[in-house]
Design a protein around this ligand. Sequence first.
Ligand code: AMP
Length: 361
Amino acid sequence: MKTVGIIGGGQLGMMLAEEIHKEGGKAICLDPNPKCPASFVCDDIVVSEYSDLEGLKKLGNMTDILTYEFENVPSEALKYLLDTYNIPQGIQPLFDSQNRIREKTNANNNGLKTPKFKAINSLKDLKNGIKEIGYPCVYKTTTMGYDGHGQVLLKSEDDIVEVLEYLSGEGILEEFIKFDYETSVIMVRSKDQIISFPMGINKHKHGILDLCFVEKQTPMFLKIQEEAKKFMEKCGYLGILCVEIFVKGNDFYFNEMAPRPHNSGHYTIEGCTTNQYRELARFLLGKKLEEPKLISPTVMKNILGFDYENMKKLKEDKDVHIHDYNKADVREKRKMAHVTFTNTTEALYKEKYENLFAREE
Ligand code: AMP
C-alpha cells in the first residue's frame, strides 16, 4: 500500500485524503494546525510550518509520494524536496504559479492570452503603467495574493493612494477585463492521458468564489478546454491544474492557475461520474485516469463564516450534499463548508435557495 504525503491540511487535503483511501492508499498531511480539516481523515499528521524543512523532510521520509494542496511552500524547500523525494507532479507548475508576473508571462509564452499587464516596483512604474493600460485597471501584489487579498481596483487617479501601502514590494498592474462571466477548467494529466472536467460559471463575492453553476457545456467551454489542454502539454505539466478564465464575447483570458484541486471543482464530487480529488489520487498512485461526465445540472455554494448558520437550516437529501470542514473558529470570510445541489439549474437554485444566503453586499 502506497502512502501519499500532502503538504497542507485544509479542506482540499481533506477531500483528497478521502479519495486516496478509496483508491487503496494511505494519506499523511503536514500542517501547522493539529486540528486542521485533513487531520480528521488522514492516517497521520506532521505538525509543522510549511516553510520548515525539517517538517517537510519528516513528511517525505514517512511517505512514498509527495503532493501539495497549499501553494506558498518556499521554492528553496521545494527544490530540496524534488531532489530527494518522489513528487510526480514536479514543482514547476507550483513555482510558475507563485508569482503573478511569472505566471502570466508563462501563459502568454505557451499560447494563452492574458489581460495586458506591467510589473510595478515604484510609484513611477505605477503612473507609467496606468498611462499605458488606462483606467479601470487592477493592482495586485505579485506573491501571496489569494481571494482578492492585496488587490486594488483603480478607477481614477484618486484610487492611487490605496496602492501606496503595497509599493515597498513587487506588484503587477493589469488591464481590467469587463468580462461576461468567469469560469475555470480543471485538468489532470499523466504521462499518457489528459482529462478535463465539465465547466461552469463561477460567481465571486468580495473577490471570493461564491457559487458555481454547471449545466450545459457550451462551444466556448469546449474551446477553452482544448486550448488549456494544449497549454498544459506545452508546459509539460503533470498532475492536476486549474486555470481560471475570464470570458468576454468570443475571447477568453487567462487570469491565474493553481496546480492543486480547486474550489470551483468541489461540485465534481456529486455532480460528475468521477471527481477532481479521485483523479488526482489516481494520478498520484499511478492508476489509469477516467474521463469525467456531468451527471446532472449542479450548483456549488461556498459557505463562508457569514453563511454558516444559515447552512444549518438546510436538510440533506439526495440532491443537497453538505460538506462541513470541521473548522474550529468561524470567521466571516473563512471557507467553512460547501454545499452541492445536484439536479439543480441556476434558475432552480435562485428560486429555492438564494434567499437563504441573502446578505448585505
Ligand atoms: P484573482 O485573485 O486574480 O483571482 O482575483 C480575484 C477576482 O477579482 C477574480 O476572480 C475577478 O473576479 C476579479 N479580477 C481579478 N483580476 C481582474 C482583471 N484583470 N479584470 C477583471 N476582474 C478581475
